[in-house]
Design a protein around this ligand. Structure first.
Ligand code: PRP
Ligand code: GUN
Length: 184
């Protein structure tokens, strides 16, 4: 049903699964004695975080923050807003920020600086990196896939808060962008 709106699949479900397994093993090895705090950035990181933690057989904690800079469309507003802060105290913690995508880099730069300012040690794992979108300097420590400069949906990534539940990452057909909000 949702697939009718997809022009092409960029990364298949199988590719995501095997990459997540690989990243989970690397992170588990790196953080085995550190009780890391995996910090999912709502809402897009949820499917990736859920998949990743299943592959990390070590003591760890999970928490969430909500920030937003995209307001329903495909263009960053340029302003990152903190909508929900992390509940766990972060001073002295080893944090792994879990993201679905780095595009302009604004979201992750904001978050990394905020958490470091609070006294945490911060690394970033992202499912996707779109280096051509970058407007500020920031890199992930662990990346699943590097993708071209196209707006993608699926596996957590939305357009107009839809398509997050696709099990793969893909690109929408052009006509979907002009769809009425009440036509879903
Ligand atoms: O590198 P940037 O250009 O800052 O873009 C990356 C951010 O954009 C998306 O979040 P969004 O603000 O759309 O919120 P969402 O996770 O609820 O979709 C995505 O989940 C990242 O957090
Ligand atoms: N859904 C979606 N959200 C984004 N946020 C930043 N880049 C993207 C993108 O390509 N797709």
């Amino acid at each position: 049903m949702l697939e009718k709106d997809i022009k092409k699949i960029l990364i298949s479900e199988e590719e995501i699964q095997s990459k997540t397994l690989e990243l989970g093993k690397i992170l588990a090895d790196e953080y085995k004695d550190k009780n890391p705090l995996l910090l999912g950035i709502l809402r897009g990181s949820v499917p990736f975080l859920a998949e990743l933690v299943k592959r990390m057989d070590i003591p760890l904690e999970m928490d969430f923050m909500t920030v937003s800079s995209y307001h329903g469309g495909t263009e960053s507003s340029g302003e990152v807003k903190l909508l929900l802060d992390v509940a766990t105290p972060v001073t002295g913690r080893e944090i792994i920020i879990v993201e679905d995508i780095i595009d302009t880099g604004r979201t992750l730069k904001y978050l990394k600086e905020l958490l470091e300012h609070r006294g945490a040690t911060v690394k970033i794992v992202t499912l996707l990196d779109k280096p051509e979108g970058r407007v500020v300097e920031i890199d992930a420590d662990y990346t699943g896939f590097t993708i071209p400069n196209e707006f993608v949906v699926g596996f957590g990534l939305d357009f107009d808060n839809h398509y997050r539940n696709l099990p793969y990452v893909g690109v929408l057909k052009e006509e979907v962008y002009s769809k009425q909000k009440n036509s879903y």
